[in-house]
Design a protein around this ligand. Structure first.
Ligand code: AMP
Length: 139
C-alpha cells in the first residue's frame, strides 16, 4: 500500500528564475495538497546532510554547491500514491530524458540544475519531511 505523503524541493535554479509560482500551480493542478512550505537558503552542512546518501558519489560536491547557490523551497505534499505519481509529474532526473509537459521538461536545464526534487520512497518522504519541518509546521 503506497503512502499519501511525498516531499519536494523547488531547487535554486527554478526559484532564481521566478518559476516557483508556476511549479506550485502545476503541482496543485495535478491533485496534490501543500501540507508545508517555506523558502530557505541552505548552508553546506544542511545541504550535505540532506544528500548524505550521495556523499561518496562524484557529483556530491557540485550538488551541494548548487543547492547552496540560492534560496530553495522545500514542501511536504499529500496525494494519492504520492511518491510515484509525483515522480511522474516531475519527470526523469536528467531533463533531456524528461517526458514532455513534466516539470523538469518545462523548467530544468541540466542534471545538476534540474529544478525540483522528489522523494524516491515512502520512507524517504517521511525522513526528508522531518529533516526540514517540525510536526507543528505540517498541516
Ligand atoms: P536524488 O536522486 O533526488 O536523491 O538526488 C540526486 C540529485 O543529484 C539529482 O536530483 C541531481 O540534481 C543531482 N545529480 C547530479 N549529477 C547526477 C548524476 N550524474 N546522477 C544522478 N544525480 C545527479
Amino acid at each position: 500500500m503506497s503512502g499519501k505523503i511525498t516531499f519536494t524541493i523547488i531547487k535554486p535554479d527554478a526559484v532564481g528564475k521566478g518559476h516557483t509560482g508556476k511549479i506550485i500551480d502545476q503541482i496543485i493542478q495535478a491533485g496534490f495538497k501543500v501540507k508545508a512550505a517555506k523558502l530557505v537558503y541552505l548552508d553546506e552542512r544542511t545541504a550535505g546532510g540532506f544528500y548524505d546518501i550521495h556523499r561518496e558519489r562524484p557529483f556530491f560536491k557540485d550538488l551541494v554547491a548548487f543547492m547552496t547557490s540560492g534560496p530553495c523551497m522545500p514542501m511536504v505534499l499529500e496525494g494519492e500514491n504520492a511518491v510515484a505519481s509525483f515522480r511522474e509529474l516531475i519527470g526523469a532526473t536528467d531533463p533531456k530524458k524528461a517526458a514532455p509537459g513534466t516539470i523538469r521538461n518545462l523548467f530544468a536545464d541540466s542534471i545538476d540544475a534540474n529544478a525540483i526534487h522528489g522523494s524516491d520512497s515512502d520512507e524517504n518522504a517521511l525522513r526528508e519531511s522531518s529533516y526540514f519541518f517540525a510536526a507543528t509546521e505540517i498541516f
